[in-house]
Design a binder for this molecule. Structure first.
Ligand code: GDP
Ligand code: IMO
Ligand code: MG
Length: 443
């Protein structure tokens, strides 16, 4: 039995879904604990590509129970579409469970997200415009509507009757948009709720009972550590807690049940949206990392925006190890570096004003903006790694590169991914049952 969190160790899109799909083979439950349909999680199995936004990436295993936890925000329209498209492809969703406490994204959240972004000008966040921030804002303001609310027409109507006129003031007066009607939202979203009703339950007890039955539970993070509301590059973050601590709150379980935390990071780095990205590369290097035109090119799964690309950043990597208490790391997309003559790694930051060097970031606040990366260069391997199945068969320079990252982050790399397909994966050590990192260090 092991309960494992898979968490993004960078700015999102690290390949969490591929790693989750891989580990879900031996999991009884796969749980999403935060975020909403801002996530775009890609799994490639038997030549078929699946793009998940709300449903956990474990759903492709017929026996697994997949949970949308209370910490998520759910756009019922997007969820109904996602369920339908999986059913159309012949998948059974009997194992799907949705927390009644998850908050619901409604039309005014989508409108306000878009309008706020447009009004920010140079200060825009670059959100996915999926209503994520406004839905979480309502949750915190205690004006949110939850999944269980939309199942009861009276409750739903009463809540909408209070909130919609207030949202209309914002829509009309602040953004000059057409006001919304309570009746129209009620009709459409009550119907959507009825389609989802059979999946809605108290997911926290499902998880707790599974813990007691010694089942294997996988918690699938969305977004990444540096997009975390508290620990990311604020304000250029999402509005939830993608980091490992968020799994307990967002799933409704205690930290004592967690056995292991696996971080997922690309062999380089990407970011979609605005915000500081110290190792970002422009021109040829950025374009070569983006690999435009390939099936898995660095393009946002949810919005289709090109991802900004840059070199691996060990300072942020070490930060992510700390914030998540990572036990081990899965490095993805090593194959993208196959044709580079020189590969750079950021090993420290230099403060542009004081010239002070930092291997660890003292704070990810305002100081983050004034740091410039200090690089070490590595010779590339100029050889395809796409079909390599064991660590020892990787080119020597690729092994050197991975060992360097492992040493700098002081954490074992247990999985290396060399392509989008399930079998394009090198498992170096058992990712689930290895020693705890903290204990290993103490020895
Ligand atoms: P997630 O949001 O963290 O699950 O990641 P995304 O699905 O948004 O982005 C990862 C992209 O990289 C997807 O297109 C994957 O199919 C692809 N991918 C994952 N691992 C590898 C890999 O090792 N090599 C290559 N070339 N593509 C990969
Ligand atoms: P997955 O789970 C990458 C980014 C957006 C924007 C910021 C806030 O696929 O890794 P939001 O819509 O959440 O208010 O946008 O966060 N962002 C992501 N970037 N991967 C994601 O999810 C993301 N979800 C949100 O681009 O910069
Ligand atoms: Mg993604």
């Amino acid at each position: 039995m092991a309960n494992v969190i898979v968490v993004g160790a960078q700015f999102g899109d690290e390949g969490k879904a591929k790693v989750t799909d891989l580990l879900a083979k031996n999991a009884d439950l796969v749980v999403r604990y935060q975020g909403g349909c801002n996530a775009g999680h890609t799994v490639v199995v038997n030549g078929e590509t699946y793009k998940f936004h709300l449903i956990p990436s474990g759903i492709l295993y017929p026996k697994s129970i997949c949970i949308l936890g209370p910490g998520m925000v759910i756009d019922p329209k997007a969820l109904v579409n996602e369920i339908k498209s999986l059913e159309d492809r012949g998948h059974n969703l009997n194992g799907l469970k949705i927390s009644g406490s998850a908050h619901v994204t409604l039309p005014y959240h989508l409108m306000i997200d878009a309008a706020e972004e447009d009004s920010r000008g140079d200060m825009k966040i670059g959100t996915t415009k999926r209503g994520i921030g406004p839905t979480y804002a309502d949750k915190c303001a205690r004006t949110g509507i939850r999944m269980e609310d939309i199942l009861d027409k009276n409750v739903f109507n009463n809540k909408l009757a209070w909130i919609v006129p207030r949202k209309n003031v914002i829509l009309e007066r602040l953004y000059e948009l057409t006001p919304l009607s309570v009746e129209a939202i009620l009709e459409e979203y009550y119907e959507l709720g009825q389609k989802l009703k059979k999946y809605v339950c108290d997911t926290s007890s499902v998880i707790f009972n599974s813990v007691n039955d010694r089942k294997n539970i996988l918690f699938e993070g969305a977004q990444g550590t540096l997009l975390d509301l508290d620990h990311g590059s604020y304000p250029y973050v999402t509005s939830s807690s993608p980091s490992a601590g968020g799994a307990c709150v967002g799933a409704g379980i205690g930290p004592t049940i967690i056995d292991r935390v696996i971080g997922v990071a690309k062999a380089y780095m990407t970011r979609v949206g605005e915000g500081t990205f110290p190792t970002e590369q422009f021109g040829e290097v950025g374009e070569n990392l983006r690999q435009t035109g390939k099936a898995w090119a660095e393009v946002g799964v949810t919005t289709g925006r090109p991802r900004r690309c840059g070199w691996f950043d060990c300072v942020l990597g070490r930060y992510s190890v700390r914030i998540n208490g990572l036990d081990c790391l899965a490095i993805t997309k090593l194959d993208v570096l196959d044709e580079f003559d020189t590969i750079k790694v950021c090993v420290a930051y230099k403060d542009k004003t004081t010239n002070k060097i930092y291997e660890d970031l003292p704070s990810i606040g305002s100081q983050f903006q004034q740091m410039e990366p200090v690089y070490e260069s590595f010779s590339g391997w100029n050889k395809s790694t796409a079909n390599v199945t064991s660590f020892k068969d990787l080119p020597e320079n690729a092994r050197k590169y991975l060992n360097f990252l492992s040493q700098k982050l002081e954490i074992p790399i247990v999985i290396v991914s060399v392509g989008p397909k399930r079998d394009q994966t090198i498992v170096i050590e058992d990712p689930i049952h290895g020693p705890k990192r903290v204990l290993t260090k103490a020895l």
